[in-house]
Design a protein around this ligand. Structure first.
Ligand SMILES: Nc1ncnc2c1ncn2[C@@H]1O[C@H](COP(=O)(O)OP(=O)(O)O)[C@@H](O)[C@H]1O
Ligand SMILES: [Mg+2]
Length: 161
């Protein structure tokens, strides 16, 4: 499966990656964000949402576990669900909260701490890993489906721009 790696030297580079990801979004795309607390998952999602046309405040869904947004994709309104499952006590909460219904093939889902849902989550289209290295971050993006591969092929990202 194709992959992409880059060094994100500072927060601006993480924001630029979020903007680049916003340009490859497709309906139904599911992206899992991995990385320790403070790695930049929310920061990246915020930049992605703003680049995708959401102009309001993007807060971390730490306590609500999910925050719904509407973005515009090629002139069409589309739902984007931002999950943060860090505080989910039990994987079955994911089912009980009705979250699995959001993975309906039309909404875009960006999921922080997908590990917390155990194996209740299907394989994503893209798996994104952020690793803290000193004052910077390293990112690795892996395509896990045909759709993920198609998106990854379109990604244009130069962290030094
Ligand atoms: N590439 C980077 N290099 C250094 N610091 C970064 C980089 N990207 C983001 N940051 C900083 O790391 C923190 C990330 O916080 P946040 O996005 O809330 O992390 P997470 O959601 O992964 O817990 C912020 O303080 C942000 O300024
Ligand atoms: Mg976060």
């Amino acid at each position: 499966m194709p992959s992409f790696t880059a060094l994100l030297a500072d927060e601006a580079a993480t924001l630029a990656l979020g903007q680049a990801l916003a340009r490859i979004l497709q309906p139904g795309l599911v992206i899992h964000l991995h990385g320790e607390l403070g790695a930049g998952k929310t920061c990246l999602t915020r930049a992605l949402l703003h680049a995708a046309g959401y102009s309001g405040r993007v807060k971390s869904p730490t306590y609500t576990l999910m925050e719904p947004y509407t973005i515009t994709l090629e002139g069409q309104s589309i739902a984007l669900m931002h999950f943060d499952l860090y505080r989910m006590g039990d994987p079955h909460e994911f089912i009980e909260a009705g979250f699995r219904d959001q993975l309906d093939g039309s909404a875009i889902c960006v999921i922080e701490w997908p590990e917390q849902a155990g194996d209740l989550l299907p394989t994503p289209d893209l798996d994104l890993f952020l690793t803290v290295t000193g004052h910077s971050r390293e990112v690795e993006l892996l395509a896990k489906s045909e759709q993920g591969m198609a998106c990854l092929h379109q990604l244009q990202f130069n962290p030094h721009q």
